[in-house]
Design a protein around this ligand. Structure first.
Ligand code: ZN
Length: 167
């Protein structure tokens, strides 16, 4: 059975639009989020205080070392942040250098309107899930994160009730 993988999004602020953003992938969500907090300021790349957990995406079919979904989510969030795309780190984008070139993936994304991410009312890329009847749907990636709140140092916001069938 494939292990379940998580994509998580950390922010310096409660709202994505005001945040420096970090997108990560892990098998051990709670452990990893604790490590992020413990490593605050200790690492040169840890320039920002990512004290808010903005979203969590569960992936069931991800192979180890396959970072394509992490890269895709990072690009989606860069796209949603418009001119502030450079404040987003994740996957193969490891820098928050304002003057760096627009990543190729983001350029492609901007030129392909069909790739435009569906967002929930929190303005976050939706999480894809499958109903008991096997129908795919999209929903808020903050859906229910409150179960995490007692275990992690980051603050966890409420989600919204966005729902749509994924056609
Ligand atoms: Zn939402």
């Amino acid at each position: 059975m494939p292990r379940c993988t998580w994509l998580y999004v950390l922010g310096s602020d409660e709202a994505l639009k005001d945040s420096y953003v970090y997108v990560g992938m892990t098998y051990r969500l709670v452990t990893r989020l604790k490590e992020h907090d413990a490593g605050k300021g200790a690492h040169t790349t840890q320039r920002w205080d990512y004290s808010h957990l903005l979203a969590v995406y569960k992936i069931d079919d991800c192979e180890e070392h396959d970072h394509s979904k992490e890269n895709c989510l990072t690009t989606q969030i860069m796209y949603l942040k418009g001119a502030a795309w450079w404040t987003v780190r994740g996957g193969s984008s490891t820098s928050t250098n304002k003057d760096r070139a627009v990543p190729k993936q983001l350029q492609l994304f901007r030129n392909t309107p069909s790739e435009k991410p569906r967002t929930c009312y929190c303005m976050l890329p939706c999480e894809r899930k499958v109903s008991k009847e096997g129908k795919p749907y999209i929903t808020c990636p903050r859906g229910n994160l409150q179960w995490l709140q007692d275990m992690i140092p980051q603050s966890v916001p409420d989600g919204c009730n966005f729902f749509d069938w994924d056609t």
